[in-house]
Design a protein around this ligand. Structure first.
Ligand SMILES: CC(C)(COP(=O)(O)OP(=O)(O)OC[C@H]1O[C@@H](n2cnc3c(N)ncnc32)[C@H](O)[C@@H]1OP(=O)(O)O)[C@@H](O)C(=O)NCCC(=O)NCCS
Length: 155
């Protein structure tokens, strides 16, 4: 599974098919935020089989977080569930955010996907709540360790 950063438009077909099958809008506010990034997981033929967006955003449940990011638009091809695309996207995204100095990642998780995020290390931090037209969600988050000191060596 190869994961790379892509323009927002590359994620729209899977957003449509998986997250907005009834025709809801797939271009979302913040997609073009220069600090946001979009990831695509590709199979061996280069077809996009998973997508996700990460963007800096205050965490509703941890207002004290120093550099919080939101995960949104997580979707994998229904024919390839359980094949590791979701994990590859989250692992890659968390590493990129840690490298950018982020200290927390949060999401509104569909109740049916909460087990997936728990496998990725996220914890449920809210009671279930409804998103009109989409269904029940729970708030989830994961804290990130500080990135190791980087930069060019001086010796
Ligand atoms: C949730 C979703 C992104 C997971 O993608 P995926 O490619 O199937 O995930 P992976 O194959 O990488 O699974 C990683 C692990 O999570 C587990 N897992 C996957 N989906 C799960 C679920 N819904 N509940 C519990 N565990 C799940 C897998 O079994 C695997 O376990 P392992 O650690 O034993 O290997 C995908 O099912 C999906 O797109 N669902 C529909 C849209 C959706 O709900 N998106 C989330 C919106 S908040």
């Amino acid at each position: 599974m190869i994961v790379d950063e892509v323009p927002a438009e590359v994620t729209y077909p899977l957003r449509q098919a998986v997250l907005r099958p009834d025709g809801g809008e797939v271009a979302w506010a913040g997609d073009e935020d220069p600090e946001a990034f979009h990831l695509a997981a590709r199979d061996a033929e280069g077809a996009v089989v998973g997508v996700v967006r990460f963007s800096p955003a205050p965490c509703p449940w941890r207002p004290e977080a120093r550099a919080p990011w939101q995960l949104r638009g997580m979707a994998t091809d229904a024919a390839l569930r359980g094949a590791g695309a979701g994990r590859a996207l989250v692992v890659d995204g968390l590493a990129r955010i840690a490298a950018r100095g982020g200290d927390l990642v949060w999401c509104d998780a569909r109740v049916g996907a909460a087990g997936f995020y728990e496998r990725m290390g996220f914890a449920v931090v809210t009671e279930p709540f409804d998103k009109p037209g989409i269904g029940p969600h729970v708030g989830m988050l994961i804290g990130l360790p500080p990135a190791p000191a980087g930069g060019p060596r001086s010796d």
